[in-house]
Write a protein that binds this ligand. Sequence first.
Ligand code: UD1
Ligand code: MG
Length: 448
Amino acid sequence: MVLGQTLAQIKMKAVIILSAGHGKRMKSVLSKVLHKVAGKPMLQWVLDAVKILNADQVITVTSPELESHEILKDTDVVVQAVPLGTGDALKLGVQKLKSNIDKVFLLCADTPLLDPKDIKKLEHSKADLTVIGMQLNDLSKSYGRIECNSECHPVAIRETKHNEKVKNISLGNAGVYAFRVEMLKELLPHLKINTESGEIYATDLVELAITKSYKTELVIADEENFLGVNTLVELSQAEKIMQHRIKTRHMLNGVQFMLPETSYVNYDAEIGAGTIIEQGVHIGENVHIAKNAKILGFSYLSNCTIENAASIGPFAHLRGNVVVEEHASIGNFVEVKGSTISKNAKAKHLSYIGDATVGEGANIGAGTITCNYNGFEKFKTHIGKNVMIGANSTLVAPVMISDGAYIAAGSVITEDVGPNNLAISRTQQQEKNAWALSFRAKYSKKLS
Ligand code: UD1
Ligand code: MG
């Protein structure tokens, strides 16, 4: 408590995030706000962005299906059983406000691209109601339109679905507002149901505020930051913009993308300077790539760590907790799952390495398969240092190939192999003298 202030004098702020309704326009089984952009749910992007406000309370108004969802664990959750509109959702949120909350910031959970700096701008406004507006380049967009008076103060927000003509107004409503709580509590009971949609609109608060002589203010922000996602088409537009942002950040940190627009990078990817990423690469969740690595074209990575100067691909698939240590190399059409590939080891062609450890300097020949699954359980394969596995070998786990051992090409290995031994497990080669001559002679006689 600030010295000399009574409890009642302390001003506190709250954030209310609207995330109820299923998002019918998405035509998806998943709740709209859980759809991901760059691997992070839209609602989480908004929850992360509002951290800049350091609010005393964060309230989420949500649908019954999301009530106990983990994503809401750090918020005060209010359920809106029937989605009766943004105004109705706001009313429910306001009922949950702690006493002493003086200012409320209202945001929608379907704007994943928002920039925390824009939200911060709202904080400085002294008005009773402040709204973020954006100059629209494309007037066909369905955003509500903000009407302003001659001094650029908002006087109303009109929804385009009820009046096509307002599309001529180029000032779009971003759906982000700051309210003085006293005003909000006075105005909310006066919000009316829209007769066409049967919903109550939070946007009608602007006109109500003007009729009661409250002060309104406009904050202008970039349209791109407030792209509202209501359909899967808009979701793909948001993804495209987010991908551009993510790869730009990595490139400015010294990561080279050969054709950045062809690769996908999850929001949480860590990539060291000097790493080169070729075209068509997918960097999914939980990927850590150190410096000077090479990720060659069309490789698909998730849940893996790639250490300095390792090389992956082209056409490699790494998943499920994989570590590729320094200078190791995974080549084309190699799938690695739940395995560690130690320093300088190589698996360059056409292999499956699952639940295995591959020792330093080992070489895995083309077509090697670890058989890790018997239909019920998974088993481990241990390959020691400097082991040479001949091409087209099958290693039936659990099995241990000790340091320095050789496995002859085409072997099926079911028993452990000792250090520096050679294991061969294939039928002995036979050779029949001049067999081809008599074979051909037989056929030329038959066909003549
Ligand atoms: C809303 C605004 C529009 C603005 C746009 C910005 C209204 C009436 N319109 O339109 O002016 O330009 O956002 O993107 O507010 N929600 C609930 N309960 C409900 C309805 C919606 O919690 O009953 C939540 C949704 O989960 C969503 C947000 O509120 O996150 C906005 O609702 P949505 O239906 O997407 O409104 P828009 O049509 O985009
Ligand atoms: Mg929307």
